[in-house]
Design a binder for this molecule. Structure first.
Ligand SMILES: *[C@@H]1O[C@H](CO)[C@@H](O)[C@H](O)[C@H]1NC(C)=O
Ligand SMILES: *[C@@H]1O[C@H](CO)[C@@H](O)[C@H](O)[C@H]1NC(C)=O
Ligand SMILES: *[C@@H]1O[C@H](CO)[C@@H](O)[C@H](O)[C@H]1NC(C)=O
Ligand SMILES: *[C@@H]1O[C@H](CO)[C@@H](O)[C@H](O)[C@H]1NC(C)=O
Length: 703
């Protein structure tokens, strides 16, 4: 699973940075299951965690048939298994006959579940011996509360009282603490075994989730606690969890969680605002990244370039093939000139970044403007793929306007994205302006290639219409490793072609600006020649020519292994079923029409990067296209422009949108600050300052 992969990476980072655990991963066994366990290993190893054991004989035909299934299951599952504390092991009963005797093995292959106290159960007959069923069984058993008790009977989450929680808020904890808040109709410990959550079904399911969270976080050095909101109504009110106090029986009420970090930073309370999940990963991810991001670890220029140079691709051997799509916000500062106030904004950003699943915060004293240039050099290496075209090189004028080195400032680098994003503020106060940064972050945080679904298609089509003109979609087929490999190859061309277009676009932005300047000068000259009044001339002369960084495209993909209906669902032609992996559809977001043909009238595919680039030019910048035939295009089946979702509507009304964005942010920050200032008087002033900056800026941005 992509998420488990992401998480294990995350934990590796956390482990590396905080030294929470000395665990290290052995990469050598990545694609090779371990050899069968001997008797001594078996006894030692099975003392902790759960084990699914296959007792086999190398001579039994059934075992031979089953071997590839077992291996494949292991390969797919072992990483997830690590997290769930269950592993797949084998015992060779010819080599270790006495062990198999002791375990009462009568037939091969025998599959049995073991815990630290020994045998738990046989692999049930109702399950088939397939990859899918083996994994289902392993997951079920590892999440089974009795097994969890067997593995580790201690309940690690502590029932907190008001004083405990205030101590944590005051930064006097020794470890990060993840706290859950529960609705209740009595004063019992919310996690007591006898506790009955009939009145709150989500609470029922969250009890199990929380039990797992507490255990997992414990391993990673994070404490856990829980709070009964019936017992501590004031505290829950102050946290903004009113429903937990008043609405124990309210429909759709669910437990809330928040992370408190130790130490006395400006901001050490992080509320999980992303809704409710009955799986563990969103919470783990939240905790892991909040801890990591609150440290804003230093990142080097080399490391950034490594991330940028990663190839965007779908993992081949995974049951959920999503690319990792990490998004790295880098605060670039000059260690000789930076002042402590420059760093305060980082603490406020952590909360914001927590909402975007792959977002990481770093700081760097390296020269990141150079890093940005190197990243672009890499892009030019890639787009100079056509020997018969003249060499393309960075568009310096564009870069000077867009990547002006300033210090301190922020950059966003995305994994597999060759074009860096610079935060362009007006002055140093801008780099301390949390909402302006948050807004910039949201605007720049589009994935390199987004999965296009019926849920987000409209949002992509209406995303920043003054800058983006098209959504370009590549069809991929994520059925099996072979089709994924092919799709990845095609995706490489697809992305390269998009950057090839990006180069043309950058030059065009500069040219348009130069032309406007030229026009302006001509007009001034004309007015002078006509002896116009100096006022009139001055007015034209003072007209500001802004850089319009527009005509961009959004990249997306659609997985056709889910069926061609997916495309119909998006509004592409009904009844067509000859779409293939590698086909490219260009959707003009201005008119909700699309083309699947290139400038020559042929089907547009990733086979020709040149055609993709020229088609994009023809569609978006027709005045500079060298092709005269017009593109064949068709209306989308659904008129997205007339059927916008709520978010789209809000976005179209800019004032409303900014108001909305600003309001949400202010509310969150204000809530936190109100709460904390009441609770921790000592830090009152720091908090008030932070709100002060926001207050000023909100007035400013309304102008
Ligand atoms: C697995 O279970 C053992 C106890 O049997 C425990 O010591 C260990 O911390 C657990 N590991 C994880 C990753 O939960
Ligand atoms: C940014 O986007 C997230 C979701 O992706 C949303 O929750 C948040 O309100 C947005 N904030 C701003 C400032 O636009
Ligand atoms: C996707 O790939 C699989 C396996 O290669 C193939 O059987 C299937 O037909 C492909 N699907 C489409 C829609 O092309
Ligand atoms: C290279 O560019 C020429 C036009 O300049 C074009 O005809 C040709 O198809 C391109 N080749 C590739 C491999 O894209």
């Amino acid at each position: 699973m992509r998420l488990s992969k992401l998480l294990s990476t995350l934990y590796l980072i956390i482990i590396g940075i905080t030294g929470f655990s000395s665990a290290s991963r052995n990469n050598d066994d990545e694609f090779r299951p371990r050899p069968p366990l001997g008797k001594k290993e078996f006894r030692e190893e099975l003392q902790s965690g759960l084990h699914l054991v296959e007792f086999f004989s190398p001579q039994c035909p059934h075992c031979l048939d089953f071997a590839p299934i077992w291996h494949e299951t292991w390969r797919k599952f072992h990483k997830e298994g690590e997290r769930l504390n269950i592993s797949f092991v084998q015992v060779n009963c010819i080599k270790d006959g006495d062990l198999c005797n002791e375990e009462g093995i009568l037939a091969f292959p025998a599959i049995k579940l073991y815990g630290p106290q020994g045998f738990i159960k046989n692999y049930p007959d109702k399950y088939e011996r397939t990859e899918k069923d083996l994994i289902t069984f392993a997951r079920e058993e590892s999440l089974d509360s009795i097994n969890m008790e067997i593995i580790d009977p201690t309940i690690s989450s502590k029932n907190l009282n008001a004083q405990d929680f205030n101590e944590l808020l005051a930064g006097r904890g020794t470890k990060p603490c993840f706290v859950s808040f529960w609705p209740s109709n009595d004063h019992e410990d919310p996690l007591a075994e006898s506790k009955n959550y009939d009145f709150c079904p989500p609470c029922q399911s969250f009890q199990k989730v929380w039990a797992q969270i507490t255990k997992k976080l414990l391993v990673h050095g994070v404490d856990t606690g829980h709070i009964n909101c019936k017992t501590l109504p004031n505290l829950c009110h102050e946290m903004g969890f009113n429903r937990l106090v008043n609405g124990a029986h309210m429909e759709r009420n669910y437990p809330r969680v928040a992370l408190v970090l130790p130490g006395n930073g400006v901001n050490n309370l992080f509320v999980f605002e992303n809704g409710f999940f009955s799986s563990v990963w969103p919470y783990e991810d939240f905790v892991a990244r909040a801890i990591l991001n609150s440290k804003a670890p230093e990142i080097s220029s080399e490391k950034i370039l490594q991330l940028v140079h990663q190839t965007f691709q779908f993992p081949e051997n995974s049951d959920h093939p999503f690319p990792s799509q990490g998004l790295h916000v880098v605060f670039s500062y000059d260690p000789d000139n930076a002042v402590p106030e420059d760093f305060h904004v980082l603490e406020h950003l952590v909360n914001h970044l927590a909402k975007v699943p792959n977002a990481y915060l770093h700081k760097s004293k390296d020269d990141i403007s150079m890093t940005a240039r190197f990243s672009l050099d890499y892009m030019y290496e890639k787009i100079n793929y056509n020997g018969s075209e003249s060499i393309k090189s960075p568009k310096n004028e564009y870069l000077e306007l867009n990547l002006v080195p300033r210090s301190p400032t922020f950059y966003i680098f995305k994994e597999g994205d060759w074009v860096p994003h610079l935060y362009v503020g007006d002055s140093t106060t801008e780099t301390r302006n949390v909402e302006a940064l948050a807004k910039w972050f949201n605007e720049s945080a589009l994935p390199v290639v987004s999965e296009v679904t019926s849920y987000n298609f409209n949002r992509l089509l209406s995303f920043r219409p003054s800058e983006y003109d098209a959504v370009v979609i590549q069809l991929v087929n994520l059925t099996d490793s072979e089709s994924i490999r092919l799709s990845n190859k095609q995706l490489k061309n697809f992305i390269t072609a998009a950057y090839d277009y990006e180069d043309v676009r950058m030059q065009n932005v500069v040219n348009v600006r130069a032309r406007k300047r030229f026009d302006k000068n001509t007009r001034v000259k004309g007015l002078k020649a006509a002896k116009a009044s100096s006022g009139k001339i001055g007015k034209v002369y003072r007209e500001e020519i802004k850089l319009e960084d527009n005509n961009k495209v959004i990249l997306g993909y659609v997985d056709i292994s889910k069926g061609i209906r997916v495309l119909e669902g998006l509004g592409f032609q009904k009844g067509r079923n000859d779409y293939r992996s590698g086909d490219v559809l260009v959707v003009d977001s201005r008119s909700s029409s699309f083309t699947e043909n290139d400038v020559f009238g042929n089907r547009l595919t990733t086979d020709s990067m040149y055609s993709i680039r020229e088609t994009l030019i023809k569609l978006i910048l027709p005045e500079i296209s060298q092709f005269h035939e017009s593109l064949q295009s068709e209306e989308l089946f659904f008129d997205y422009s007339r059927n916008p979702d709520i978010f789209g509507t809000v976005k179209k009304h800019r004032v409303l949108y900014y108001f909305f964005v600003l309001g949400t942010l202010m509310l969150i920050i204000k809530m936190l600050s109100l709460y904390k200032s009441a609770k921790a008087r000592k830090r009152y002033n720091a908090k008030k300052n932070a709100v002060g900056i926001l207050g000023q800026q909100s007035k400013k941005s309304k102008d």
